[in-house]
Design a protein. Structure first.
Length: 85
């Protein structure tokens, strides 16, 4: 008994080459797909939950000196967070 499938598959002399071509095209389509829109909350989420963070580390750490009178002024008149000071 013959099948009545209307789709005829043509002979492919180089199936490996065709497979690689199709995989490259699929990978390219996936890379070009639109990225989902990120909200502000997405930027604040931790992506490395299992990694221990040591806090903020600047890319270019800069050493600077604070004058003695500035330090003395900070010790005497500490900011406590009130708006009227």
């Amino acid at each position: 008994m013959q099948e009545t499938d209307p789709e005829v598959i043509e002979y492919d002399p180089e199936p490996e080459r065709t497979l690689r071509k199709n995989l490259r095209a699929k990978k390219k389509r996936k890379a070009m797909a639109a990225q989902p829109r990120r909200t502000m909350g997405d930027y604040c989420k931790r992506s490395d939950i299992e990694q221990i963070s040591l806090g903020f580390r600047p890319a270019n750490p800069v050493n600077f000196d604070i004058k003695g009178n500035v330090l003395a002024g900070l010790r005497e008149n500490q900011f406590d967070g009130r708006a009227n000071r």
